[in-house]
Unconditional design. Sequence first.
Length: 380
Amino acid sequence: MTRTTADVTFLRGYNQALVMAVGRTARTFERSTVVNATGLTPQAVSKVIARLVADGLIRSAGVRRASIGKPAVVYELVPDSRYAIGAHVAGRTLRLVLVDLAGTVQHSAVSPLPSDFTPEQLLHTLKSGIDAITSGNDLRGRLTGVGLGMIGPLDHEHGLVRGAHGLRHWHEVPLRELAEAYLGLPVHLDKDVAAGITAEAWRHGGTFGDAALIMVESGIGGGFWLGGGAHRGAHTNAGEFGHTVVDLDGPLCVCGRHGCLEIVHNQAADAGDIPRAAHVLAIGVVNLLQTLDLAHVVLAGADLLRHADIYLAAVEQAVRADTRRRDWLTTDVGLSSLGADAIAAGAAMQVLDEQYGIPGLAPLSDSAPPLPQRVATARR
C-alpha cells in the first residue's frame, strides 16, 4: 500500500511538472496543447489543470472559438503566483535575487560580507537581505524557498559545506540546516557553479546541449550540464575546474598543489596582465573541451565580466585555433545571459524546479517535436 501511494504521488507530481513546463515555455496553451506535447491523456491533463488552477499557478486567459467543435479554454502561467529567492555567496559579497515562477529576475541586490566571514555573519546578512526584499508586500505567502549558491567544496545531498576555499570558518558546516532554522524557510544548497549552469539551461531551453559554465570570481570554477542535468559528481564535488594543473613547476595554490589553473591565472590578473590571464583561462577551456566534448561554454563571474571582451575573445580564439578540432566539433562560446545575477538566479530556479517544473525544455511551437522526446534529456 505504501509503495502504491508513493507511485501515485510521484506520477501526480511528474504530470504536474510536465504541464508546468508547457506553461513556462509557451505564452498561452490549451488542453490539447498539453496532450500533444506530453503524451498524457486528456483526462489526466484535465485533472492536472484543475489542480493548478485551484492552486493559482495557472489561470484562464480566455476562450478560443474554433470553426468546428466546442470552444477551447486557453490557459497561461501566473508568474507572480510563486517566487523563490536565490543567493550567491562569494568571497566578498552576497548577491540576492527574487525570481518568479517564469524564471524572470524581478529584483537584485548586493551586500558586502566581512572579510573571512563566519556562518553566523552570513546568516545575519542573508536574513537582512531577505527581509528587505519581502517587507511591505505579500511575498511571504508566495515564497517557495531560498536557494544558496555557495563556494565549494560542499556536500549537496546532505547540505554541508565541506571546506570552502579561502574561508577559515567553513569546515563541515551544516549550512542548509542552519539556514532553514534561521530563516524559517525551505533552503536548497548547491555549489555556485552548479546553480549557474542551471540558470543557463532554464533560459536556453531544449536547445541547450552538454555545456559548461566557467566562473571567475574569488577563484575559478566550472559548472557542468551533462545529459540533460547538472552534473555534481560522485561526491557532489565536481566543478573544481580551477584546480586542474596547467604548470607542473608552477606556484603553490591554496589547495596545496602546484601550478593550478587558478593560481597561474590569478598571478597574471593580480599583476594587471588581463590578456595573459584570459589566455591561461582559454587554455583550460580547450583542455576541458578535449575531455568532455561540449556544445556550449558560458563565461561568467564578476572578475571575468569586468573584462568580458578580453576573456571572450581569448576563449573564442583558443577554441578556433585548436588544430586538433574539426569543423564538426563546434562549440558555442558566450557570456552568461544573466550577467552578474547568474549564480543567484540559478539557485532560485533550482528551488522552483524542485516544486514546479522540468528544466531544459524548448519553447513550444507548431513545429516542435513531441515533449516526451525532450523529457528524456531532462534532469528528473
